[in-house]
Design a protein around this ligand. Structure first.
Ligand code: HEC
Ligand code: HEC
Length: 397
């Protein structure tokens, strides 16, 4: 894309951003009269102790035991718009409960004041099980992760940890809550602990697939989806989107190159720009100068190793039917497009994972595969949304 075209695009981007803010799901929900539903943290803790069919024991760090007070406080923080610098943006506006705790309307969410965020927001359903966080795996603890959105200038844009702590300290409705939930009271650590506690209980499994495969209920899954499960295994999907003997995460939490990241940098119309350092010595710079959007080098951004360029974490496929759009950049709008991507063999280039190769799936196979992916939606979604909406939105007051 040329610089001129990118300037011409800017007003459109702004219009999209403003439209998105106007449509922000928080706003519409807040203005409706919603019947009050009480959150049931005790029930949520019970769900963690006995996870839904298809999920193993939930990892629970000793330093942050799950308590009802911690979950309630985390939920309150998650929905609090005051936690962003200009008091407009909550976690829940990019991780929308009704939209699979991600955002279905935009490829990549819009940050504070309409700022560009380069990656698609992952669903937070089952995030308790992720061994690495973010598409590039640059964080591995939910407790620490929260400071990234809170402080990033294009997300919630707080200038410091102290500013966030002061905001909470000054909000009357938080009086005593941190002290009740944590011995230390309000600290940078306990903000992370509370938000992590809430996110850790967002479990969604016991899907038609789980009931059919792990629960031995022959009628739980339709015939097309059952055929799709065979296509899924025979096409090698299961090599990265893994299924164990008694549970399934549909991810091995590792990083691979499927061509999406490369295409974003160098795909059609974006030829690699080479820079001549000396006669006969040319390099492809990490950052391409003609790209208006931030470059995205995937796992490299967490490790600095050039072999890690364009590798992305394998996303879970649980609940995938409700978490469109897909891939780290949200570039594929629906499951059919994802299956077409794999049918073509990803995007050929040096570095493509050897397991991504053209498939010869019939139209029926592709349809069945999509049906299988649709059978992975958990049975607790509605419940989690109701629980989430038991929380009044934290707003300027
Ligand atoms: C402006 C939109 C936005 C806001 C606000 C936001 N997030 Fe996110 N979130 C994202 C995006 C985009 C990513 C992926 C970023 C990446 O991979 O580099 C992400 C990633 C995450 C992840 C990692 C999930 C995974 O599977 O790796 C967690 C956990 C998370 N966010 C929780 C939160 C919490 C808690 C808050 C509030 C404190 C929050 N987010 C606020 C957009 C947002
Ligand atoms: C070599 C490992 C590998 C194999 C094999 C593989 N995938 Fe993936 N899959 C990935 C990675 C990595 C991503 C994320 C890519 C990105 O974010 O750019 C992904 C993304 C996806 C997504 C998007 C999920 C989301 O939330 O964005 C779906 C759906 C999917 N794969 C289905 C499949 C199917 C169906 C097959 C078999 C035809 C398959 N995958 C084979 C590694 C693999």
């Amino acid at each position: 894309m040329t610089a001129t075209r990118s300037r011409a695009l800017l007003p459109t981007l702004w219009a999209t951003a403003l439209l998105a803010l106007a449509r922000a799901p928080e706003a519409s929900v807040a203005s409706q009269v919603v019947a009050p539903i009480t959150g049931h943290p005790a029930e949520l803790i019970a769900g963690v102790s006995a996870p839904p069919l298809g999920l193993p024991e939930v990892p629970r760090p000793d330093q942050n035991p799950l308590t009802a007070a911690g979950i309630d406080l985390g939920r309150k923080l998650f929905f609090d718009r005051r936690l962003s610098f200009n008091r407009t943006l909550s976690c829940a506006m990019c991780h929308v409960p009704e939209q699979g705790f991600t955002q279905n309307e935009l490829r990549t969410p819009v940050g504070i004041e309409g700022r560009f965020v380069k990656r698609n927001a992952p669903s937070l359903l089952n995030v308790a099980y992720r061994q690495v966080l973010f598409h590039d795996g640059r964080e591995d603890s939910l407790e620490n992760q929260v400071w990234q959105p809170l402080l990033r200038s294009n997300e919630m844009a707080n200038p410091s940890i102290g500013v966030v702590l002061n905001t909470i300290r000054e909000a009357k409705d938080y009086a005593g809550l941190f002290e009740a939930a944590f011995e230390q009271g309000l600290t940078a650590q306990t903000v992370g602990m509370a938000l992590a506690s809430y996110q850790r209980v967002l479990l969604a499994a016991n899907s038609p697939f789980d009931r059919w495969h792990f629960g031995n209920e022959p009628d739980a899954m339709g015939e097309a989806a059952i055929r799709g499960w065979t296509v899924f295994r025979d096409s090698g999907c299961i090599g990265c989107h893994t299924v164990a003997g008694n549970h399934a995460h549909f991810t091995d939490d590792a990083f691979y190159d499927t061509g999406i990241g490369y295409a974003r940098s160098f795909g059609p119309g974006r030829e690699a720009q080479r820079v001549r350092l000396a006669p006969g010595v040319e390099i492809v710079p990490e950052v391409q100068f003609d790209q208006p959007e931030a470059s995205d080098l995937g796992r490299y951004e967490a490790t600095g190793r050039s072999a890690d360029r364009w590798l992305y974490r394998v996303p879970t496929l649980r609940n995938v039917a409700i978490t469109a759009p897909y891939m780290h950049d949200g570039s594929l709008p629906d499951l059919e497009a994802v299956v077409d991507h794999y049918q073509r063999g990803g995007i050929a280039h040096p570095g493509l994972d050897p397991r991504i190769r053209p498939l010869a799936l019939s139209e029926q196979d592709r349809h069945d595969l999509v049906d299988f992916l649709r059978s992975l939606t958990g049975s607790s979604i509605e419940h989690l949304v109701r629980d989430a909406r038991s929380q009044p939105i934290g707003d300027a007051q």
